[in-house]
Design a protein around this ligand. Structure first.
Ligand code: NDP
Length: 290
């Protein structure tokens, strides 16, 4: 079993970004500035935003956190988005998801100025991605492409199977791996909850990407020997041996593969998650260069 270490790779990318920022600042440019809006007090969302702000500090970006109460309504949230759109000091910003149920998340994401949409969730960026035009691509699938590149994993002509068709992971992942580039040029099969003969399909995958959010859904019998397995899932399970009483785990039953399994795999945690932050920072640097 060969581990694809997202944590290490993320730090390497952040170190490269730090050098780039220092160079730009020495040349008289301003520091890139990322803002994040968070609504409510969802502990996981707070932790994710906290990691993003900390990463900004590490690479030398400015950061701004806009914290709004859970009771914030659509109009107030749109007002805050508009303020960030119009604030020339801010290069890019994100609205941390999920938003409370009473908020129309899609309508809010559509208010973000596409040139500051470093999450790549605005329909303009999603449309450009599907046409192969320059744009902000969502950070999680971009991070996976970066991992494949840095681990010298051949993608051309390979069969990539993607489990999940969400707008933030599965769909952009399909677009990125099928485009005519390197990494890319895969033959992609996208699966979802209505897919039939799933095991037959996953067993034919040279590259298997699991993004469904179901603990250990992908078992060894679903994996082709020697495959590259990318586990996007983040699932919390009970673990009495931990002080917190729980731990995070992925969509792939990695423990069942055994150390002599002949393939590549991303662990959870420490795989795709840290890459998402690195790619968000990369998008912000790109926004500040525009
Ligand atoms: P969604 O819930 O939006 O999408 C899940 C997808 O999985 C859907 O397309 C669904 O199909 C599909 N699915 C569900 N059950 C099955 C099944 N039995 N067989 C095949 N497909 C199935 O999730 P996200 O894409 O937002 O996230 C997926 C996972 O990745 C989650 O665990 C999330 O926490 C994690 N994640 C991790 C990130 C990171 O940085 N590491 C970033 C973003 C997400 P259908 O469309 O038919 O319902």
């Amino acid at each position: 079993m060969q581990l694809i270490n997202g944590k290490e790779t993320s730090i390497a990318i952040q170190d490269e970004l730090k050098i780039e920022v220092n160079k730009r600042v020495a040349e008289g440019h301003k520091r890139p500035h990322l803002a994040a809006i968070i609504v409510g007090d969802n502990p996981a969302s707070r932790a994710y935003v906290g990691h993003k702000i900390k990463a900004c500090e590490y690479v030398g970006f400015e950061s701004t956190l806009v914290e709004l109460p859970k009771t914030t309504n659509n109009a107030k949230l749109k007002e805050e988005v508009t303020k960030l759109n119009e604030n020339n000091a801010i290069d890019g910003f994100i609205v941390q998801l999920p938003l409370p149920d009473h908020i129309d998340a899609q309508a809010i994401l559509e208010c973000v100025d596409p040139s500051k949409d470093v999450d790549g969730f605005h329909p303009v960026n999603a449309g450009k991605l599907s046409l192969g035009l320059p744009c902000f691509a969502p950070a999680t699938p971009s991070g996976i492409v970066e991992l494949l590149k840095r681990y010298h994993i051949e993608t051309e002509g390979k069969h990539a199977v993607i489990l999940g068709r969400s707008a933030i992971v599965g769909t952009p992942m399909t677009l990125l791996l099928s485009r005519n580039s390197n990494p890319g040029n895969c033959t992609v099969t996208m699966c979802h909850s209505r897919t039939q003969n799933l095991t037959e399909i996953t067993r034919s995958a040279d590259i298997l990407i699991a993004a469904i959010g179901k603990t250990h859904f992908v078992t060894p019998d679903m994996i082709k020997p020697g495959a590259v397995v990318i586990d996007v899932g983040i699932n919390r399970i009970a673990d009495a041996s931990r002080k917190s009483g729980s731990r995070l785990t992925g969509d792939v039953a990695m423990d069942q593969l055994g150390s002599d399994w002949d393939g590549h795999i991303t662990p959870v945690p420490g795989g795709v998650g840290p890459m998402t932050i690195a790619m968000l920072l990369k998008n912000t640097l790109q926004a500040s260069n525009a």
